[in-house]
Design a protein around this ligand. Sequence first.
Ligand code: TPP
Ligand code: MG
Length: 322
Amino acid sequence: MAALTTEQKLELYYWMVLTRTFDEGMVSLWKQGRGLGGTFSERGHEAVSVGSAYALAPEDIIAPMHRDIGAYFLRGLTPRRVFGNLLGKEVGVSRGRDANIHGMGDLSLGIVGYISHIPMSMPIALGVAMSMKLRNEPRVAMTYVGDGGSTAGLWHETLNMAGLYQAPYVLIVENNQYAYSTHVSQQMPIENIADRAAGYGIPGAIVDGNDVEAVYEATVEAVERARQGGGPSLIEAKTMRMMGHAIHDGAEYVPRELLAEWEKKDPIDRYEAKLLSEGTADQDELNEIRHRAALEIEDAIEFAEASPLPDPDTVESGIYAP
Ligand SMILES: Cc1ncc(C[n+]2csc(CCOP(=O)(O)OP(=O)(O)O)c2C)c(N)n1
Ligand SMILES: [Mg+2]
């Protein structure tokens, strides 16, 4: 694989900073009573969502989860539309139908909306991958699942089928150690979720989920294998959920020492230190990127707050009810 160029490294940095700035904006809106709906922080996950989505080509399809805003941004969903969605506005992805970070599918950007029933995005993305395979298209479907979602029956059924049919399918397992208040050791008797890949005849890799370049490189390998007909892969990204499950959850059950330990491995701080020490950028350039991200998020919040709610007369359009 070709080494990352300076431009690519600064892009990875920009997307992670944009994602973090979005996250802080979302949390702040909610705390001020200006937010609506589910507020799931992905603080600490930026290297996973950005590093993995950066490895895809425009024609690939992605089915992200609730802590993958970075992946949505990389596919071209703008912060304006995401904040619009969170605030229940017509300009939001779901046109105010789902004021959340669920319901943000946009097939024109190759994004399958998040299916709340975990791990339902897995079989849906597999269906997408199978359609690519049957049409002989060199495209890949990538999806995400948490450590908690990895204990559901459908997880196993999906990977079994993916392995059997050698689908162009990449699964990113975000092992952030907690599923709501349940530590991963209370959910499964194994240390590495990636070990299970062997049971489905597919490669399983473990990657440092707080190292954006490592996530990117592992994903490129998996995506290229899938694109060339080599079948599915599982990548377990080990990271840490740095906030509660959602904003209402103070996560008192997470040992403070564990959080302090992971704070030192913050993916953005770490990448910034790397870029500086290897001379890819100087502090002024990185500050300029941070400033650009801050302006973009500020603009998106202003835009979303000033946008209208959906017209009540349209309430029955764009929804499905039998
Ligand atoms: C089938 C199902 N059961 C319960 C829930 C409620 N729920 C939403 S997220 C979540 C925890 C998921 O944990 P994990 O898979 O580790 O992902 P994380 O939130 O840590 O990113 C639960 C229980 C759900 N969405 N779907
Ligand atoms: Mg989890």
